[in-house]
Design a protein around this ligand. Structure first.
Ligand SMILES: [Zn+2]
Length: 223
């Protein structure tokens, strides 16, 4: 199986929820103290290690793309995720996060890296589930360190949504996806990741963020 990013032999799988996010929320996971993993197909699947393949996409990525090539993307998300999770008082709807507190003197580059972290997850989900979205621009964005023009992120604060990765809802026209939306959830943060063709006017896009519209403030939505 080929790596969907660079075309080399793909031998690894990306974590659906980043291992550092899982470790932060579940520091004591072991065989004796397992997590319980749920999908539409499986309920209460016991998992005794955060490194388990249960938490990974089956879409193949080569070791270089999964590690070296995307290391700065992973680090940027790790940094923003920690800041939002540990913020006191806790984040809430209407907050405006000052990004230069998270990424002193590197807001533009680091937020592009955050965008590219979600491009990697989104690409893995598209390949794994055969979603009718062209994967080439996702690979190009990562290979060329540039934004994907059709992928937007919105940050919410929410509780009681658990931790994990939602199903992806897609809207197809003539066999092609024109809008797709899914959630990456690490309480109390919810990242709504959306793919939208340019003429798609969806409510979720109103407060969404894209690297082209970089701002020093990240607005937190809520539900
Ligand atoms: Zn690769």
């Amino acid at each position: 199986m080929k790596c969907w990013i660079c075309g080399d032999e793909g031998t690894t799988g990306e974590h659906k929820t980043k291992a550092s996010d899982l470790r932060a929320l579940f520091p004591q996971v072991s065989q004796k103290n397992p997590l319980y993993f749920h999908t539409d197909q499986h309920k209460n699947k016991k998992v005794g290690s955060i490194k388990s393949d249960t938490f990974k996409f089956t879409a193949p990525i080569c070791a270089y793309c999964n590690n070296s090539r995307t290391a700065s993307h992973d680090r940027a998300w790790e940094c923003l995720s920690r800041f939002l999770r540990e913020k006191r008082p806790p984040i809430k709807k209407g907050d405006a996060i000052l990004l230069n507190k998270v990424f002193p003197s590197s807001v533009t580059r680091s937020m592009l890296d955050v965008h590219l972290f979600f491009i990697k997850l989104f690409g893995c989900a598209i390949v794994e589930h055969g979603v009718p979205i062209d994967i080439a621009p996702f690979a190009e964005a990562i290979l060329q360190t540039k934004p994907h023009s059709k992928v937007h992120l919105a940050f919410w604060s929410a509780s009681d949504m658990g931790t994990g990765f939602s199903n992806m809802e897609t809207y197809n026209v003539d066999g092609y996806c024109v809008f797709a939306t899914w959630f990456y959830i690490v309480e109390p943060i919810v990242v709504n990741v959306m793919y939208a063709e340019p003429n798609e006017c969806r409510q979720g896009l109103i407060h969404a963020w894209h690297p082209k519209n970089i701002s020093e403030r990240l607005l937190i939505g809520g539900c």
